[in-house]
Design a protein. Structure first.
Ligand SMILES: Nc1ncnc2c1ncn2[C@@H]1O[C@H](COP(=O)(O)OP(=O)(O)O)[C@@H](O)[C@H]1O
Ligand SMILES: [Mg+2]
Length: 237
């Protein structure tokens, strides 16, 4: 079963083709990375897949059903994360749960015991429990990524779309984040669609790599076949 499939997606803005007849599907439970030069359309593809941007034409299916804007199967982690720097880690994680709690609880901060214990359990899994009272603006890049992952996981998505999670991290920090994320993703049976800049990270943490150039999928490569040449092809053409 495919967790997500895109069927002949086109997106045209001001007569410019941003996504060009794009068809792809991501099997349930797999991890897939989109790679491609700057401006290829990677971020736009994730935004379309997440329902944030409506394509000009084409359809999106989630688990075989036509995309419904209000469903909660999808979690999206934007490149800038969208965390609130002035708030602590715990509160940022709880923000993810807001859309499944009544407004009065959100406003008054009267969270249910269950939601609080889910947040604690996720912070534990992501190894950020010791930071729960720390303001997010004080964290390192890798710690912020883990807060963003926890905030998304508390929504209980089946699919997570994550844009350039490792772009601002050095290799060691990237590996730490991706090791933890991959372990949780496996445990929860989540399907991952990501973009990464570093071919080595893509190779380590995905089953397949899709090469996107000018809004078109040019290649679908099993990640074990990723080589230095793949990277050269991407960044020098
Ligand atoms: N809202 C928008 N309006 C006009 N052009 C856009 C918009 N969003 C993206 N683009 C254009 O679409 C192309 C792909 O952008 P993007 O998806 O951000 O690429 P990538 O993430 O691969 O670097 C770029 O040429 C960009 O300028
Ligand atoms: Mg981008």
């Amino acid at each position: 079963m495919d967790a997500i499939s895109l069927n002949s997606i086109r997106l045209t803005i001001n007569e410019k083709k941003i996504l060009d007849n794009l068809t792809m599907s991501i099997p349930q439970g797999s991890a897939v990375t989109i790679m491609g030069p700057n401006g290829a359309g990677k971020t736009t593809l994730l935004r379309v897949a997440s329902g944030l941007v409506r394509p000009t034409s084409g359809e999106i299916y989630l688990f075989g059903k036509k995309f419904d804007k209000n469903q909660r199967l999808l979690g999206y982690i934007p490149q800038n994360l969208g965390l609130v720097g002035e708030l602590d880690v715990f509160t940022n994680v709880m923000i993810g749960a807001l859309r499944r709690m009544p407004r009065w609880r959100a406003i008054s901060g009267t969270y249910t015991k269950d939601t609080v214990s889910e947040a604690y359990s996720l912070m534990y899994d992501l190894k950020i429990s010791h930071l729960k009272d720390t303001k997010v603006k004080k964290l390192s890049g890798g710690e912020k990524q883990r807060v963003a992952i926890a905030r998304t996981l508390i929504q209980k998505p089946s699919i997570i779309l994550a844009d350039e999670m490792t772009a601002s991290l050095d290799f060691k920090a990237a590996v730490t984040v991706m090791d933890i994320f991959t372990e949780i993703k496996e445990k929860m049976g989540i399907t991952l669609l990501m973009t990464h800049h570093n071919p080595e990270i893509a190779k380590m943490y995905s089953d397949n790599v899709l090469i996107l150039i000018n809004g078109k999928i040019e290649k679908n490569i099993p990640s074990k076949e990723i080589t230095k040449e793949t990277a050269e092809y991407l960044y020098e053409t």
